[in-house]
Write a protein that binds this ligand. Structure first.
Ligand SMILES: Nc1ncnc2c1ncn2[C@@H]1O[C@H](COP(=O)(O)OP(=O)(O)O)[C@@H](O)[C@H]1O
Ligand SMILES: [Mg+2]
Length: 225
């Protein structure tokens, strides 16, 4: 298979539980893909394998034709920092920092000067329509605003793939839809691919296509290539 990010025949067990039993997927540059399936079907495990967070028992994950398992831990974490972005169910923002500082943080860790990092972070807050939360701490903003901060933080470094695991799972449907609209628009604008785990069809509707995971196997639906 060709593609920006390709998984071939992944298997992964946790004790006697087989989470993945031969899952294969291919993600192209810039596409938004929803990973759907019932609870416990292996969606999060698949996402963690694709992102190089979990090592599969067998099978391969390739990013730009480089096999993740052949990389050193240092190379894999450099890849995660430089090319990947992450959005989880609960934003996982740093509570002591302001929202602006949270978005600027990955740039600061990359060695950008404070002023430059904060200017770029402010641009991302504007794109996500949350300039008003810049000076607030995560504990002082709504769930939907916090998730938009998390999206800004995932994209600010120019990530090529953003992994999102139930990013609207803790939001009501109105806020969930707003996050998805702004998230997918911002990702499409910057050409980032999105791997979006969700069990909500309303959220999946923002994707270009769906991959259904069932019993640890992945099925590509309506692949338009
Ligand atoms: N770290 C873990 N330790 C033990 N079992 C796990 C772990 N992660 C996932 N599992 C199990 O693997 C299966 C798939 O889990 P998961 O990938 O989280 O599914 P989903 O995200 O679709 O709900 C489930 O039966 C789950 O309990
Ligand atoms: Mg999950």
């Amino acid at each position: 298979m060709t593609g920006l990010l390709v998984a071939v025949e992944l298997t992964k067990s946790f004790g006697s539980t087989q989470a993945l039993s031969g899952a294969s997927v291919s993600i192209d540059a810039g596409e938004v893909v929803a990973v759907m399936g019932p609870s416990g079907s292996g969606k999060s495990t698949l996402l963690h394998c694709l992102a190089g967070i979990v090592r599969p028992d067998s099978g391969q994950v390739r990013y730009r034709d480089q096999e993740l398992s052949a990389m050193s831990d240092g190379q894999r974490s450099a890849l995660r920092r430089g090319e990947f972005g992450f959005v989880f169910q609960f934003g996982q923002l740093v509570p002591e920092l302001t929202c602006l500082e949270n978005v600027a943080l990955p740039l600061r860790l990359d060695g950008h000067r404070r002023k430059d990092a904060q200017r770029r972070a402010a641009e991302w807050l504007e794109r996500l329509e949350i300039t008003d939360v810049a000076g607030k701490r995560p504990g002082e903003v709504s769930g939907g605003q916090g998730q938009r901060v998390a999206v800004a933080r995932a994209l600010v470094t120019g990530a090529r793939v953003v992994f999102a695991d139930e990013p609207t799972g803790a939001l009501d449907s109105l806020n969930g839809e707003r996050v998805m609209r702004l998230f997918t628009a911002a990702a499409r604008d910057s050409g980032a691919a999105v791997v979006l785990v969700t069990h909500e069809p309303r959220v999946a509707a923002y994707a270009d296509r769906e991959i259904v995971v069932r019993d640890g196997k992945a099925l590509d639906l309506a692949r338009h290539t």
